[in-house]
Design a protein around this ligand. Structure first.
Ligand code: IPE
Ligand code: IPE
Ligand code: MG
Length: 247
């Protein structure tokens, strides 16, 4: 499906980040168990990934499970881990055919071994694909990510491989899970919550933010179109002063 006519193809975000929130409330409002919301949310993600690809967005990063989400009831956590694994198994071939490069960010070592294997396979198999870079944040938390980067850099200093004076923003960035990927241009959070919940804190220093009341399972192309329209009306100054237009 083509880009809607009133969107400017020159101003499409290169990298879109999404906090997919509201699955549980979507299910509750229908008298369904929370897991039904997660199942529906997975379908939404598939649809939105395809839409991003169609509209020329080159990277999509979606928050699927935070380091804090382990504190949910064990049944819900188990269901989510199983869902991620099943989805990967079921969707990998099609995503690969469509040129999707899949990455995962987060502390993957703490995930169930069978999921970990599926993740490693999908990343290796799709590593050379170029249509869209699709990243799922699983067991991801920014504070964990930044602490881990500090630890790795401290180790290098301790081993004499690096001087403290050489530590700069670029170096820190290279030790984040997102090393070598450009920062998100636009963040969308669904379900009416207006917070970051430990998502990409470093990377989103200059990201435009868009909040909508729609629960994630109800999010669709129309809702994405509205978010992009809002994004295209923003003036991204990055701390500078806008040059005056000459008369
Ligand atoms: C987002 O939906 C999905 C995950 C965090 C895994 P929620 O499960 O947080 O849904 P609400 O916020 O309880 O409605
Ligand atoms: C953030 O949503 C995490 C994901 C969407 C995976 P939460 O529902 O866990 O966030 P809080 O608890 O409302 O901040
Ligand atoms: Mg939530």
């Amino acid at each position: 499906m083509n880009l809607p006519l009133d969107l400017d193809p020159q101003k499409i975000p290169q990298h879109l980040a999404i906090i997919m929130d509201g699955n549980g409330r979507w299910a509750n409002s229908r008298g369904l168990p929370r897991i039904a919301g997660h199942r529906q949310g997975a379908k939404t993600l598939k649809e939105i990934l395809r839409c991003c690809k169609d509209w020329g967005i080159k990277a999509l990063t979606a928050y699927a499970f935070s380091t804090e989400n382990w504190q949910r009831p064990i049944e819900e956590v188990d269901f989510l881990m199983l869902l991620f694994e099943r989805l990967l198994r079921r969707e990998l071939a099609e995503m690969h055919r469509e040129g999707v490069r899949i990455s995962f960010i987060g502390d993957l070592s703490a995930l169930p071994p069978s999921l970990h294997t599926e993740i490693a396979n999908s990343m290796a198999e799709t590593a050379k694909n170029q249509e869209i870079h699709f990243t799922l944040a699983v067991n991801y938390g920014s504070r964990n990510e930044i602490t881990r980067a500090c630890y790795q850099i401290a180790e290098l200093v301790e081993q004499g491989k690096l001087n403290a004076a050489d530590i700069n923003e670029n170096l820190v960035e290279q030790h984040l899970y997102t090393a070598n990927t450009p920062a998100p241009d636009l963040l969308i959070r669904t379900s009416g919550e207006m917070r970051l919940s430990n998502f990409l804190l470093w990377q989103m220093a200059y990201t435009e933010m868009y909040f909508t009341d729609i629960f994630w399972p109800d999010f669709n192309r129309e809702a994405l179109y509205k978010a992009l329209l809002s994004y295209q009306q923003r003036d991204r100054r990055f701390g500078k002063v806008k040059p005056l237009l000459s008369a």
